[in-house]
Every structure is written in structure tokens, then in C-alpha cells.
Ligand binder design. Structure first.
Ligand SMILES: [Zn+2]
Length: 90
């Protein structure tokens, strides 16, 4: 297992790398791409929106998410949408 470098807890998707998130700290053409787990990707997006930028890599691994309530509610809404879609297919 490869742990997410940002939270140090969640496993990165190795078989399906597209399910990880490209960190917002590595979005210029000079940056080496760094992937984080999907919840960290959501957390970085919320930081960008609410706090004007994601936590820099020198402050990783983080002690929990920066905007945990938002990450949790977005994750729950996503899980619910997927569950409803699957139930439609059954
Ligand atoms: Zn993470």
C-alpha cells in the first residue's frame, strides 16, 4: 500500500490511479505531479475556495483535514449518489 503523502493515512489507488487527485500544490508545468487521496483532493479544493489556497507540501503530513466538515459531507453526498445509481441498475 502507498499511503497518501498529504494525510499519511488513506491508501492511494494503485490499480486505478485516476481515482486519486492531482494535488493543487503541483499544478504548474514546472511541478513534479504529486497525487493525493480523493478526500485530500476534496479538502484542497475546499481550502482553495474558502482559504485562498491548499496547505503547502512542507506542512505535510497534515494532522487531519483542513475543512473536515465539508470533506465529510461531500464524501457522504457522493456515496449516496453512487448508491442510488447502483440501486437504479438493480
Ligand atoms: Zn489523503
Amino acid at each position: 500500500m502507498i499511503a497518501c503523502p498529504r494525510c499519511g493515512k488513506n491508501a492511494l489507488e494503485e490499480e486505478r490511479p485516476a481515482l486519486n487527485a492531482l494535488s493543487r500544490t503541483t499544478r504548474t508545468s514546472e511541478d513534479t505531479p504529486v497525487y493525493v487521496c480523493s478526500p485530500c483532493g476534496t479538502d484542497e479544493a475546499m481550502q482553495d475556495w474558502l482559504q485562498g489556497g491548499a496547505t503547502p507540501q512542507e506542512d505535510w503530513p497534515m494532522d487531519g483535514f483542513a475543512v473536515p466538515d465539508m470533506v465529510e459531507s461531500i464524501q457522504r453526498a457522493t456515496d449516496l449518489a453512487i448508491t442510488e445509481k447502483l440501486e437504479e441498475l438493480l
